[in-house]
Design a binder for this molecule. Structure first.
Ligand code: TXA
Ligand code: MG
Length: 335
């Protein structure tokens, strides 16, 4: 059921039920992070493997003390600059966070979202909220309440509607669990902005010889964010051409070149503004996926700013099979 009542949603969370809620990145599927049964219900609702840890959302930094045991100076500087916002920091966790939330890892991912409805909800609930994106595992992330209702409505007690998400791609995940910080997922906070604050942040590259559970970032599966329709990528300065005899969709932005003959076209923005493209990216991918096409052809984005996160999502959405199409090397996260 979709609601706009923050107090009702907070009450549901406190009583151990699941609530999908808006953040500036994508909608999350939330549960009280300190309630193992509620957290287990999140994994069940999404059909998510238990090796993939959840991000814990908090209203403000006073809540950090009960969740993490240490905050390195560089992490503090990132938090000062980007919280509330689309940045998740992985930090050593306290015992208050159940094993299930972190998939048994010593680090917990934590962020303060900047969506006003999320902030209000977190304050009203009074507990840290564990929330993955509110989509069935491996599917396209939701950026409206209706997206959640369409794909997960049967499994969620309540969907709190806060309008369409403004950023449109998930948070950037930076881990502080080893000597030097490393990037686990490019996202809504650009790597250039992060490096301007703390210097170079190397990227944890997935290893095709390891199984999914043993990857440095266990959630970074090669096939993810995937539409049902096959997706093929073309470089950002190449001409996109429809495949002969097939119904083809095109996902692009206004300055990229394409031939005639696409059955359906989604232009994300009139110019190469990657932030503007990100805002409508998942919704456009959903519309193309619902259009009964044989194939979707997508232009890669220029690999700057949010283009790096968008290319990462495209690469994973296009991967044919898990494990046989590792994320790198490409112009996405391996930069
Ligand atoms: O923007 C976002 O991050 C959204 C909103 C709802 O906050 N959430 C989100 O959650 O995208 P999810 O579960 O779909 O993706 C979380 C990513 C996964 O790749 C997961 O493996 C990684 O963050 N992650 C979470 N906690 C971690 C931890 N303790 N150690 C390493 N990676 C972690
Ligand atoms: Mg997700």
């Amino acid at each position: 059921m979709i609601t706009t009542s923050v107090s009702k949603a907070a009450e549901y969370l406190r009583s151990g039920r699941l609530v999908a809620f808006p953040t500036e990145t994508v909608y999350g599927l939330g549960a009280d992070a300190t309630n193992p049964q509620a957290v287990a219900a999140v994994f069940a609702a999404k059909n998510r493997p238990s090796f993939d840890p959840l991000i814990v959302h908090i209203a403000d930094r006073t809540a950090l003390a009960s969740i993490v045991t240490a905050m390195p100076e560089a992490a503090s500087r990132l938090a000062d600059r980007f919280w509330p916002g689309p940045l998740t920091l992985v930090l050593p966790r306290t015992s208050r966070i159940p094993d299930l939330v972190t998939a048994g890892l010593e680090g917990v991912g934590v962020r303060i979202p900047r969506h006003p409805v999320a902030m209000e909800l977190l304050k009203a609930a009074g507990c840290p909220v564990a929330a993955p994106s509110a989509n069935p595992f491996g599917g396209i992330s939701p950026t409206t309440a209706q997206h959640v209702e369409d794909s997960l409505g049967h499994a969620v007690d309540l969907v709190l509607d806060g309008g369409p998400c403004q950023v449109g791609v998930e948070s950037t995940v930076v881990s502080f669990m080893s000597e030097t910080p490393c990037l686990l997922r490019p996202g809504g906070c650009s790597i250039e902005e992060i490096e301007a604050v703390i210097g170079p942040v190397p990227c944890a590259v997935s290893n095709p010889n390891l199984d999914d559970a043993a990857q440095p970032a266990p959630g970074m599966l090669s096939r993810h964010y995937a539409p049902r329709t096959p997706l093929r990528l073309v470089d950002y300065n190449s001409l996109a051409i429809p495949e002969a005899g097939r119904q083809c969709g095109l996902l692009t932005e206004g300055t990229r070149k394409h031939a005639d003959g696409f059955a359906r076209t989604e232009i994300l923005a009139p110019t190469s503004d990657n932030a503007a493209c990100a805002a409508g990216f998942f919704a456009a991918l959903r519309r193309l996926d619902a259009a009964n096409l044989d194939v979707i052809i997508a232009h890669r984005f220029q690999p700057v700013g949010l283009g790096i996160a968008l290319n990462d999502r495209l690469q994973r959405a296009a991967a044919e099979h898990r494990n046989d199409s590792p994320a790198g090397p490409s112009d996405n996260i391996s930069r």
